[in-house]
Structure formats: C-alpha cells, structure tokens
Design a protein around this ligand. Structure first.
Ligand SMILES: [Zn+2]
Length: 575
C-alpha cells in the first residue's frame, strides 16, 4: 500500500498517482504477478516465497513540505509519497539505502544511520519512516548542542544570499527557549530541513521539521521574523502535536481521514506560543510580538465565516475546508490556526485572571504534556478538564464561546489584565477621512480585472457582484486593471456607482453604494495609562524584559514584587 496523506497536512493527496512500473520478483529472480486492487494497493502472488523484491518508480515534482521534489540539485523525499509498505504490518522496521548522484554531498534526516554505510538509514516502524523526511543534495549544515541535545540546521540553496550562520545562531536561541518552557526535551537529536526554494510552509515531525523559504528571507526584518516564527512554530510541535496530541491523531490510518476537533490545540496553541517564545527568547521586540498577535485578531474579526463555523468544526472539517479553499471560504469558514491562536491568547488571559496571576496556559501545556504525551493522546474532554484544573475554576462558558459556538469574542478581559488597548483606526496621511470601496477583492488575470472574492456584508455582495465577474467600467468610463484604486479615489463613501461587468461574456450593470474602507481596528498597543499592576502582568506574560531590537520602554523595566505576580519558571530569567 501507499499512504494517501501525510500526517500534519489534512488532505487526501492521492500520492499513488505518481507511482509507476510496480513489479515484483522472487529470490530466484522470477517475475511475480502484481495485481492492483485499489487506487493505492497492490497484491503480489508470492507463490510461497519467503522474500520478494518489489520495484517501482516515483515521480516527484511538487514543491511543498509534504510532497516530493527531485531535480538536478537536490531531492526532498517524504515518507508517505515515496515508500510502499506492507498493508498489514506497519510495525516492521524499514531500512533505506540511498544512492546519490555524483556531485551531491550528503543526505540529512532524523532517522538513525544504518550501520556505517553512508546514506543508509533505519526506521523502527513505518510510522517513523513517514515521520522522517529526507533531504539529499549539497546543503550547508550547521550543528549546535544544547545541554546534551544535538541540533542540525540543513540549508539547501543558500546561494550566497541566505545568511545561514545567523539563522543557526537564532535557531539555537529559539531551541533554548523551548527547552526552558517545557523543562523536558523529548529527543536526543533534532533536524531542521530548511529548503530555500522560493516557496513557503512548514511541516512538523517528531524529531525534525521541513521548512520552505526564500533565499531573501534573512535580508529584510519582516521576512526574517516570518522565518523565525516558522522555526519556533515547528519546533513547538515536537512537543505539542507530535507527542502531546488529540487521541484521533495517531496511530494513523494512512488510507483514510483522521477527524479531530482538536486542531485548535495542535495548531492554534502552537501558533500562539511560536510567537510568544520567540519574544521571550529576545528575538522579537514587544511591538513586533503585539503586531503579530494583532494581525491574527484582525484576520479573525474581519472574516465573515467566524459567524458560521465554530473553531471545533473548523478543525473537524479541515479535510474539506481549510485544505480546499475556494472563493467562498471566507464567508463560511474560519482558520483554526488564526482563531486557535487568538483563543490560546484569551485562554491564557482567562487562566491568569482566574488564578490571580499564579497560573497560566504555560502550566496547562506542561501539565498536559506530563499527563497525556505518549501513545494514547488526550480526548477533548480531558484537555478541557485539565485546563479547568489548572485554572481552578469552570471554563464552561469560555469553551462554549471559544470552541463550540460562533458568538463574537470578548477581548476586554485581556485588555484590562495586561494594560493593552486597540489603537484608534489610522487614516493614511493625505487621504480623505475614509476611502471609498466596492468591498470586493480583485485580481488581474490575462490583462482583465476580475472579482476574486466577495465577502458577505460588503457593498459588492449587496449589489450582486460575483466571483469571476470582469470589471469593465465604473459609471460611463472604462477602468483598466491597474486603474481601479486610483479611480476609487474619485468617490467618497456613500456614492452610488454603476459598475459594468462582463459575466460569462454578457454585459451587466450593477449599482453599488460604496462603503468606507474599513480601517484596521484590532491593533494592540500598550495603554499609556496602564497601572503598575497591569505593567507587571504584561511583563509576566511577555516573560522577559529585554529589548534586543528596540529601545527599552520607560516604565516597563521593573517588576512589581508586591503585586502577587509570580516569578515563573515558565519564562526566561529577566536580566
Ligand atoms: Zn503547525
């Protein structure tokens, strides 16, 4: 059989479509009959042979963290799309021997070496094989060690542009922060396969991760911060997601969907802590950290689907929704990454408030790891009960709002506790108080201006604009694709405009009443009037008071020792 999906990426991908020339032979070299019995299964008539050899070819040219890519410079081999295995015996060990093309220097994987042969590996089970992607090529490899645990960062494609030494130095700081957070390290060796391929994404594994990035990622602050967040996120998964996991996510049925309502824990909490721990490690400023959290809140609050799909069902339907987005997705679904991270933040705050600052989500995660990490996993009920234990109060109404329902989220408790506020909506300098907008997202395709997405509640939606409509003219004048923004500046909110569109080549006029372009409403900042106690809570949450990239903020350099705020082991020692 061949797996049809890769754990961590919840879509049936039909990897078997890239398999060709499946053949089998007995020990005497005689060909054995191979019959295909399902899209991803083959039956071999062994004629009683104790050992058989099966050969096949695999095509690999999809640049993503969960598929295969093979070209003249390197290969990324993921287990699920590469290896056939016995359908009924996933617990057998699997041995691999790679023959590299001339000129390639090495292969890198989390799998242990098979004897002393180069490029030979042994996976204790099929699960370990699938969970251990292999990079072969000529990567730059950086090694570091933290308290006896060794790390490898393998950068394929630095091209003299990507700053590998700096990336390795900062990855080490991230790993140190994760060690301090969890207080236990579940692996002896961790491998980060960083493919610098002008692509994106990351996928977690028990002892490794695959990242994809741009060779320019270390050149600008914004791009580099994104890369650091990805490293932190994927590393956090080695604990949360791979070892601490919902009961449904393992052992895996590689031929069918694994439905779970727990992806808000796996992805949401991981996304939250990816940023939190980056900040606590001193690698992002307070402003950068707050901006990243704010953007997640902003994204949730501006997605109409938040009123339609609960977080629990967003997780359950990942297979048909999150991994299969279309032009209507924003109207009917919500991301369990984004809302999950926001809920993690609000849950953290709820626990801090309920416990008078003595407990936090940090404690929940460590306790959950201690209780549930291992072969069984946790049920949703168990995770909720544990959080309530740590908070020492019922979180019934919190779950209802946050996980099970679609009510608007409430941020006042968080603002109040941490002395934060949402910035007033900013008007760009030199612009009218509010810019007029159709409210439709557009794209330029083949020189045509097309409607890409129409969100509910926008003027475009009210007027009946539809995805794939070609916008031809506003009022009586032609609008060329690149002119839309400039033309909208001729109007103010409330104006009625006649929009000429071509829908399946038929011209239609639609009257649209323009609205004001919504300002950013959900950007957090520290309230200048924050009390000393709020400042102390904020400092406790941020876990560190060092400002490596920015000036020290006056007024936030001290901890109020008399406020009852603990000095948690969770964070990093404050300098
Ligand atoms: Zn993730």
């Amino acid at each position: 059989m061949m797996a049809v999906w890769t754990p961590g990426s919840y879509l049936i991908r039909e990897y078997e479509r890239h398999v060709e020339n499946v053949a089998a032979a007995g020990t005497d070299g005689a060909r054995l009959a191979v019959t295909k019995t399902a899209k991803n299964r083959w039956t071999i008539s062994t004629g009683g042979a104790g050992t058989i050899a099966v050969t096949y070819r695999v095509y690999g040219r999809e640049m993503s963290v969960r598929t295969n890519w093979i070209d003249s410079e390197f290969a990324l081999l993921n287990g699920a799309p590469t290896f056939l295995t016995l359908a009924d015996s996933h617990s057998r060990p699997h041995e691999i021997s790679l023959t590299l093309p001339a000129g390639w220097t090495r292969s890198v994987t989390a799998l242990p070496a098979l004897g002393s042969a180069a490029n030979g590996y042994r996976a204790s089970t099929y699960d370990a094989l699938v969970d251990s992607p292999i990079l072969a090529g000529s990567p730059a490899v950086y090694a570091f060690e933290i308290d006896g645990t060794s790390y490898l960062l393998a950068n394929e494609g630095e091209a003299g542009v990507f700053d590998g030494s700096r990336a390795a130095r900062d990855a080490e700081a991230i790993a140190r922060g994760h060690h301090r957070f969890w207080r236990t390290v579940p692996y002896d060796r961790y491998v980060c396969l960083n493919l610098i391929t002008e692509s994106g994404g990351g996928l977690e594994h028990a002892d490794s991760a695959v990242l994809m990035t741009s060779r320019w990622a270390t050149r600008t602050r914004k791009a580099y911060l994104g890369w650091l967040e990805l490293v932190s996120h994927e590393l956090f998964h080695a604990w949360n997601g791979k070892r601490l996991r919902p009961i449904e996510l393992g052992p895996f049925d590689y031929e069918h969907e694994a439905y779970t309502r727990g992806l808000w824990v796996v992805e949401g909490i991981t996304d939250y802590y990816g940023d939190v721990l980056l900040h606590r490690a001193g690698l992002s400023t307070r402003d950068e950290f707050l901006a990243s959290l704010s953007d997640k809140i902003e994204a949730v609050q501006s997605t109409p689907g938040r009123a339609v799909q609960s977080l629990a069902s967003a997780s359950f339907d990942a297979w048909i929704k999150h991994y299969r987005p279309d032009e209507n997705s924003a109207n009917t679904s919500i991301s369990y990454y984004l809302k999950g991270a926001v809920i993690a933040f609000l849950l953290d705050v709820r626990i801090r408030c309920a416990s008078g600052g003595s407990r936090s989500l940090d404690d929940v995660m460590r306790a959950a790891y201690e209780q549930f990490a291992g072969t069984r996993g946790f049920t949703e009920k168990e995770f909720r009960a544990l959080a309530e234990d740590v908070a020492a109060c019922s979180l019934q109404s919190f779950w209802l709002r946050a996980l099970d329902g679609t009510e608007e989220l409430e941020y006042s408790e968080a603002l109040e506790l941490l002395g934060l506020r949402f910035k007033a909506g900013e008007v760009p300098p030199g612009k009218l108080p509010a810019r007029a907008t159709l409210g439709a997202m557009t794209k330029i395709d083949g020189g045509r201006l097309l409607v890409a997405q129409v969100r509910r509640g926008t003027p475009a939606h009210e007027a009946g604009l539809d995805a794939d409509d070609e916008i031809v003219a506003l009022d009586e004048f032609r609008v060329r694709p690149e002119q839309l923004e400039a033309r909208m500046e001729q109007y103010v909110p409330g104006d009625r405009v006649s929009v000429l569109v071509s829908r399946r080549d038929r011209l239609l006029r639609l009257d649209v009443t323009l609205a004001a372009e919504p300002p950013k409403l959900w950007q957090l900042e520290v309230d200048p009037a924050a009390t000393h106690a709020q400042q102390a809570c904020l400092a406790d949450w941020l876990g560190t008071l060092n400002w490596r990239f920015g000036p020290r903020d006056s007024g936030f350099g001290t901890r109020d020792s008399g406020s009852g705020i603990r000095d948690p082991e969770s964070g990093i020692r404050n300098p």
